[in-house]
Ligand binder design. Sequence first.
Ligand SMILES: [Zn+2]
Length: 161
Amino acid sequence: MTPAGIRFAADGMLQSLATWLRALGYDCLAGRAQFGRRLLEQAVAGERVFLTRNTHLAHDWPRVLVERAQIHHIAGETLPEQLREVVETFSLDPERFLFTRCLVCNEPLRAAEKSAALPHLPARVAAREEHFWRCERCGRFFWHGSHVQNSVTRLRRWLEK
Ligand SMILES: [Zn+2]
């Protein structure tokens, strides 16, 4: 299950923010090969909110493109500030869809059988975990180990006022 409706594209300086939006389950285009004008064009074509720290877009790029785009300038300097800003501005649910999307590929995860995951797991994980998810693009398996609880703890601290 992933959130419907809002989708993002995160500009070059916002890769950590993009990864965290994916961790929250939200669709966010980003990557070393995707930034600047080309990413803005993809955002317009895909009706995505373009997240950027570049305040000179209107000067640098064609007006017709900038005017069609839904652009949100990120004011926050630090990752926690940036994440809080996006969660509040777009009324995201920060926990409902946690870890439903591949952090690397931006692809929604699918539930996977333990038998399929087994050959790819460290022994301690195989002994302890029963529920697995898989990214069909990169083939990685995921499970809700201690790293997930650590991430939730950090997330709650960041989003506190
Ligand atoms: Zn993946």
